[in-house]
Every structure is written in structure tokens, then in C-alpha cells.
Write a protein of this length. Structure first.
Length: 404
């Protein structure tokens, strides 16, 4: 069970006011707030352990290196990877997808080969592949969704053909909250010898994810959505795949030997980690993961589901409110519009009441087009939110409705 008062005490920002009103933070799908232990870790690293890692013989450098590599192991265990060599630090989900799009297409794709994504992808799982359309001539194929915002699996099966080279799909939709049946997708893709990349940007913070059980080939996520710092994230790849891919960025760390005649590259995971690693970010990310592991993902799933059900029930009592994304299997995200009130107006007015929601297309314009809207209001809940805060949201929406 979640001890809500204790948990909230760990997040100082939840006690600040905006416009002289207590902050109600419902923009967790964009980024999560940071517990004290994460900020403390950043401070500790800079105050007591700051030294460039991997290359130093001195004590401080070795200690910082040990912390950075221990963080990699924490993340390995968190997602159930076989080896810490399969954990590559990147700048986040976006960079991880760009890394795979670029190296995978370069190594394995010919013009007219196909990459499958879905209608509900975040732009960061669309545009990197479109860049590859121009560079390597691959073509994007798109799994359609139904009106509830669920993938149509039969259509996915029809899309797979001998030219299909990779499936890159989100685990959870950031805009609708739909939890996709990625087990089934991976099974179907593998039956056809096609590898699968899972965009877990919206999932690892909400439910347990085990890459070996899933048998996904790649999985990516960002620390800042998992209660960790900004600017760092993860690319998981099966070792056999990562070994087959060429390097992405060139520079220090990623080499074995450099000469003007021939340069050779470092082993995994360093082959993909050019330049000074973000060892402050990695250790703070590990602190965040330890924090949510202590709370327990099973507790998080249960509590956030209660919040989702409560919010859905209360929102649907509002006359003229439509929820976008009505899959039976959803994470704690509710996207909605009320009558013809523009999402931006709703967001602005709620903000004046201290309620932070997101409005707009949520970096998912093709999905918005499919739902026939140009944007929605999105409230996304974390385990530090409460039903009382949801009541405030409902009161706020009702007030906005009376203004129009
Ligand atoms: N994929 C999904 C599903 C997301 O929700 C997001 C961010 O909202 C991203 C990718 C991009 O994440 P980042 O901006 O941290 O790279």
C-alpha cells in the first residue's frame, strides 16, 4: 500500500503554490517530479564525487566510475536485462530511437524495406524513421487503431511481409493512455523473424517491465519520466543485436584504438557512449529507480489504477465531456474535451486555479488527426496524486464550463 502522506513529503515541489493556490500537478506524462533522494544524489555527486570517469587513475575518478557502473547494474535489474552490457546510457528516449533508426537502417535496410510503427506513436517514434526514409529509402508502414484508441492487431498481421525489417511501437500511448498488447505484437513479429523496439517512455514508471520475459529486441525510456533527472535515458538492446550494429556517435570512450589509417571500436556498451558520460545523471537516475522500487511497482499499479478509475467516473459526470482513449487497458492518463471549449482555454483557466494539465497535440499529431481533433486536455496521474486533487480538477472544469 502507498503511504500517501509519506510519499508526498518526499516531493518538496508538491508543497509550493502557483497563483497563490496549492499546486496540483497532473502533467506527469510530460515529466515527473523529483523526490529529495534524487536531488540529494546530484548534490552529493557534485560536492563529493566529481571527476571524469573511466579514464582516471586517481581515487575520485575511480569512485565516480564505480558509482556510474553500479547505476548501470541498477537499471539492468530494474528491466530484467541479462547483462549490464545491454544497457546504454543516452540522452533519453528520443536519442535512443534515433540511435537505433540510424544504425539499424544503415546496417540492415535496403531501399523499399519497411519499418512498422503505429498511429498512436509520439513524434519521436515517427520522425527518426522518416529521416531514414530520406537517407536509406526505407518506407514507414502504420498500424491503424480503432475508435477506442486500440491497435488493430489483425491489420498489423496484414502489414508484415518479407520487406518488413523492424517493428517500433509504443508500450503505452502518452496521449490516450492505451496499454498495448506488446507481448502479442512481439510474438507475431518474431514468428516472422522481425525484431521489435518498444518505446517504454510511458510504461516503466507505471508497471513492471521485464525485457527477457517480453523478449523485445530493443527498449527505450527517459529518466525524467521515471522521477529521475532530465537529459539522460536508456537504450536496452539484446547483446547480439547491439554487437551487430555500427557505432552512432564518434569520439572518446567509444574507441579501442585510433589511428589515421584505422580506428577500432570499444566493447559494449561503450561503443555507443561517445564522450564524457553523464555520471551525475546516471547515478541520480539509479536513485530514482531505487526509490520507486522501494515503493513497489505493484503498489504503484494498484494505486494509479484507482486514481484513473475515480477520475474517469467523475469526469464522465460532466455534461458534454468526451474522453479520448477508452481502451479497457489504460494507464493513469485521461485525455478529454468539454463541448466546444478549446483545450488551450481549458488548460489556461485550470492553470489559474493551480492545476497543471497539458493541452495540445501531445507530440502525436497523426493520432490527433485520427481522433478528428487538433488537441485535447490531458491529466496524467502519478502515485503522489490524490482523489482530493481529482475533486479539485472536477470543480475547476465545472467552473470553466460556467464561464463559457
Ligand atoms: N515516447 C513517448 C511515448 C513519450 O511519451 C515521450 C515523451 O513524452 C517520448 C517518446 C520522448 O521522450 P523524451 O522527450 O524524454 O526523449
Amino acid at each position: 500500500m502507498i503511504d500517501i502522506n509519506k510519499v508526498r513529503d518526499d516531493f518538496p515541489i508538491l508543497f509550493r503554490k502557483v497563483y497563490n493556490k496549492p499546486l496540483i500537478y497532473f502533467d506527469n506524462a510530460a515529466t515527473t517530479q523529483k523526490p529529495k533522494c534524487v536531488v540529494d544524489k546530484i548534490e552529493e555527486m557534485y560536492y563529493t564525487l566529481n571527476a571524469n570517469i573511466h579514464r582516471g587513475v586517481h581515487y575520485l575518478s575511480q569512485q565516480a566510475t564505480d558509482e556510474h557502473e553500479a547505476a548501470r547494474v541498477t537499471i539492468q535489474k530494474f528491466i530484467g536485462a541479462k547483462s549490464s552490457n545491454e544497457i546504454v546510457f543516452t540522452r533519453g528516449t528520443t536519442e535512443s530511437i534515433n540511435l537505433i533508426a540510424s544504425t539499424y537502417c544503415r546496417a540492415f535496410c535496403q531501399p523499399d524495406d519497411e519499418i512498422i510503427v503505429s498511429t498512436m506513436e509520439h513524434h519521436s517514434n515517427i520522425v527518426p524513421w522518416q529521416l531514414q526514409e530520406e537517407i536509406t529509402g526505407v518506407k514507414l508502414r502504420v498500424i491503424p487503431i480503432n475508435d477506442k484508441g486500440e491497435l488493430i492487431i489483425e491489420e498489423f498481421e496484414k502489414l508484415i511481409n518479407p520487406r518488413t525489417k523492424l517493428v517500433s511501437i509504443t508500450h503505452i500511448s502518452n496521449a490516450l493512455g492505451t496499454i498495448n498488447d506488446i507481448e502479442e505484437i512481439i510474438k507475431i513479429a518474431h514468428k516472422n523473424d522481425v525484431p521489435v523496439l518498444i518505446d517504454a517512455a510511458q510504461s516503466v514508471q507505471h508497471l513492471p517491465v521485464d525485457v527477457q520475459k517480453l523478449d523485445c529486441d530493443f527498449l527505450v525510456f527517459s529518466a525524467h519520466k521515471v522521477y529521475g533527472p532530465t537529459g539522460i535515458g536508456i537504450l536496452y538492446g539484446k547483446e547480439e543485436w547491439l554487437n551487430k550494429l555500427p557505432p552512432y556517435h564518434g569520439g572518446g570512450e567509444m574507441i579501442a584504438n585510433v589511428s589515421f589509417e584505422k580506428t577500432t571500436f570499444n566493447d559494449l556498451p561503450y561503443k555507443f557512449e561517445a564522450g564524457t558520460p553523464d555520471f551525475v545523471g546516471s547515478t541520480a537516475m539509479a536513485a530514482a529507480i531505487d526509490y520507486i522500487t522501494d515503493i513497489g511497482l505493484d503498489n504503484i499499479v494498484k494505486y494509479e489504477h484507482e486514481l484513473l478509475e475515480y477520475a474517469t467516473e467523475q469526469l464522465l459526470k460532466i455534461d458534454g465531456l468526451t474522453i479520448y482513449g477508452t481502451s479497457a487497458n489504460k494507464s493513469s492518463v485521461v485525455s478529454f474535451l468539454v463541448k466546444d471549449i478549446h483545450h488551450y482555454d481549458m488548460g489556461m483557466l485550470l492553470d489559474k486555479m493551480g492545476i497543471a494539465v497539458r493541452t495540445g497535440h501531445h507530440c502525436a499529431q497523426p493520432l490527433m488527426n485520427r481522433m478528428n481533433v487538433d488537441g485535447t486536455v490531458r491529466a496524467s496521474f502519478s502515485f503522489y496524486n490524490t482523489k482530493e486533487e481529482i475533486d479539485q480538477l472536477i470543480t475547476g472544469i465545472n467552473r470553466v464550463v460556467t464561464m463559457f
